[in-house]
Design a protein around this ligand. Structure first.
Ligand SMILES: NC(=O)c1ccc[n+]([C@@H]2O[C@H](COP(=O)([O-])OP(=O)(O)OC[C@H]3O[C@@H](n4cnc5c(N)ncnc54)[C@H](OP(=O)(O)O)[C@@H]3O)[C@@H](O)[C@H]2O)c1
Length: 271
């Protein structure tokens, strides 16, 4: 079974495995999701990322119950579970109910990390990926973050954080925050390394997690040009690795300091 390095987040009760499995797909929640989660657990994955938007909270919850019953894991505490608040519930009075709904879907008492999915709000009840212009609303970050802090105080989540946030939005949040975000989850891969954002987050003690480390969804709607890159495929071939192994190993992967340092050494000696 693979040994995955762990990251101790600033205020975390337990460490976060540096590599996690995402459960988003297009279209959402195909039948292969549950077997894929169970297979990932067999391989050693303990960190799973879902969101109310992805419609995979319930599937992940069922997979956890099955994993416990067949002995793939001994207890829920071995897992690091992240879920996210979608824009239609990014209103101060809807945040705690949204997390309670996610916990019901997951059949869990608590999650490890709760993220604001986007720095945007939308009309309540409009939970869809592509938000209509008429439904898009500015995010009241101060009061929504306060409600995120309430989720933590209530013990519904160990940690709170953000996703797709710029330094500007984090600065706005920090003006009144009692608790700083533990994580900012953003798109990050060899073609979009988020250098400035990572510098900013490092200064603020916020861990940067990469999503779409292979360049994102590779389907008919969104063409993945990263995986077709001759340069990147050439590097992978020269190193005897698949593109996916290389994408997961580059500095983009979850921004883990330890991995980054090892890569810097490797890059200077091999690349
Ligand atoms: N916070 C956010 O806003 C946000 C946004 C997007 C994603 N995420 C999270 O990040 C996770 C991963 O992101 P992602 O699925 O967009 O991108 P990704 O991990 O970069 O994967 C992109 C595509 O790579 C292909 N792929 C995966 N493993 C491969 C392998 N071993 N060999 C060859 N191709 C492989 C798949 O293509 P095929 O479909 O053709 O198999 C997949 O659709 C999501 O599941 C979600 O949890 C978060």
């Amino acid at each position: 079974m693979a040994v995955i390095p762990e990251i101790r987040l600033s205020d975390g009760v337990k460490a976060m495995p540096a590599v996690g499995m995402g459960t988003a797909d297009v279209p959402f929640a195909p039948a292969s999701t549950k077997p894929a989660i169970l297979h990932a657990m067999e391989l050693g994955y303990r960190h799973f990322d879902t969101a109310s938007l992805y419609e995979t909270e319930q599937i992940l919850g069922e997979a956890i119950i099955e994993a416990l019953s067949i002995g793939l894991i001994a207890s829920r505490s071995e897992l690091f579970i992240t879920t996210k608040l979608w824009c239609d519930q990014a209103h101060p009075n809807l945040v705690v109910p949204a997390l309670r709904e996610s916990l019901r879907n997951l059949q869990l008492d608590y999650i490890d990390l709760y993220l604001i999915h986007m720095p945007l709000s939308s009309t309540p009840g409009t939970r869809r990926l592509l938000i209509n212009r008429d439904d898009a609303l500015p995010l009241d970050i101060k009061s929504v973050w306060k409600a995120m802090e309430d989720c933590q105080k209530l013990g519904l989540t160990n940690l709170i954080g953000v996703s797709n946030f710029s330094p500007h939005m984090i600065d706005k949040l920090l003006v009144t925050a009692e608790v700083s975000p533990s994580v900012n989850q953003v798109e990050m891969h060899p073609a979009w390394q988020q250098v400035k954002l990572r510098e900013y987050c490092k200064e603020k003690g916020i861990h940067v997690t990469a999503y779409s480390p292979l360049g994102g969804y590779n389907g008919p709607l969104f063409k993945n040009q990263l995986m077709e890159s001759e340069v990147l495929n050439g590097i992978a071939k020269a190193r005897g690795k698949t593109f996916a192994q290389m994408g997961a190993r580059t500095r983009c992967q979850l921004g883990c300091e330890e991995l980054q340092q090892r890569e810097v050494k490797r890059e200077s000696s091999n690349f």
